[in-house]
Design a protein. Structure first.
Length: 359
């Protein structure tokens, strides 16, 4: 098997050309909507060239002043339109088998996911109905919190580190019943541990790092990682600045966090969730100016994370662009990892986990 034959699943990614004028304008906003993405010829060409089979995209309410439920429904409609506009390149993923079919058809699978569950509402009598509705509309991943606290629990930057609320427990139960992934990325430690123990199904942390290597709130402790693995869950390692205490993460840091996660969780529970685009940034100097403004807005709104600064990039520079996955595969191979393990990390573990949840 060659590195070009692997199934590659990004457990959290962005499908966009960040160099387009449309996307550059959206990048200055605190919470751009999905209709501000640029899915053009370059976006699709780069995604195909990267070997990407499927990715979990963020849609719906994450933060901001918009009404969460209505905004989320509009976002789902937007992604349904985007997929329909590119039928030879994109396909909506509803089951684990759909990911393998996407690869066979040479299309890129789009998994609908939330990074904040606020849109399910706070009415105990309607939570299950909302979750079921989102599932019918194709949502397959729901992250409980973003960095801040919500009515389900605390995010990683919430100072009190409270556990899962009663409503949060209801939501986890509803997600289990609907066979939707419970994603605990961005969650506070107690909320994470409570949710793992509450869930009747394996849970995921689709994009994170290991706190044992970089002691920052967005990374997960060994206790959290181990409990996820023990439940049959999934952990995706991101390509983010939080992988290094300096904020300047490199490909070597990504490999180190993958290896630590494998040491803690075993090789059957670990994958990737880059939290970034496939298409790289062409003009880094101009991008840094935009980034400084964006980081300042996030900090002012109270949604930024420790380790997120104007002088750090929200991606790993030497693992960016259309060959990022092939470079990671080569690095893992150089480190002596078997092809069987590399295949699992690059996509099969996520598919196996998805099969346990979605069927």
């Amino acid at each position: 098997m060659s590195r070009h034959d692997l199934t590659i699943v990004n457990a959290l990614g962005i499908l966009d050309n960040p160099n387009s004028e449309h996307s550059l304008a959206a990048a200055t906003q605190l919470n751009p909507s999905s209709d501000q993405l640029t899915i053009d010829e370059r976006t699709l060409s780069d995604a195909h060239a990267s070997g990407l089979t499927a990715l979990n995209v963020t849609l719906g309410y994450t933060m901001g002043e918009m009404e969460p439920y209505a905004h989320t429904l509009r976002e789902i409609e937007t992604w349904d339109r985007l997929v329909a506009e590119h039928p030879t390149d994109l396909v909506k993923i509803l089951t684990a088998a759909d990911i393998d079919r996407a690869r066979a058809d040479r299309r890129i699978g789009i998994i609908y996911g939330f990074q904040n569950a606020v849109a399910v509402g706070d009415d105990p009598g309607r939570v299950a109905d909302r979750v079921a509705e989102f599932q019918r509309l194709g949502v397959r991943v729901i992250q409980l919190t973003y960095n801040q606290a919500n009515h389900l629990g605390d995010g990683s930057m919430a100072p009190d580190n409270r556990g899962l609320s009663a409503t949060g427990r209801d939501v986890v139960a509803a997600l289990n019943d609907a066979r939707v992934m419970v994603d605990l990325s961005h969650s506070g430690e107690r909320t994470c541990l409570d949710a793992i123990r509450t869930s009747q199904a394996p849970i995921s942390i689709n994009h994170t790092g290991c706190r044992a290597l970089a002691d920052l709130p967005r990374n997960k402790t060994d206790a959290e990682l181990r409990l996820v693995a023990d439940s049959g869950g999934f952990v995706g390692i991101y390509f983010m600045p939080f992988l290094n205490p300096s904020g300047h993460a490199t490909a070597a840091d990504v490999v180190a966090h993958i290896e630590h996660a494998i040491d803690v969780c075993g090789e059957d529970a670990v994958g990737i969730g880059t939290d970034g685009t496939v298409t790289g940034i062409d003009d880094l100097d101009a991008y840094r100016l935009t980034l400084a403004d964006h980081v300042a807005k996030r900090q002012a709104a109270g949604v930024g994370a420790a380790g997120e600064r104007a002088d750090t990039l929200p991606f790993v520079l030497d693992l960016s662009g259309a060959d990022q996955f092939h470079r990671l595969i080569a690095l893992l191979e150089q480190r002596g990892h078997s092809w069987s393990r590399i295949e699992k990390v690059m996509g099969r573990n996520f598919i196996d986990y998805a099969r346990r949840i979605w069927g």
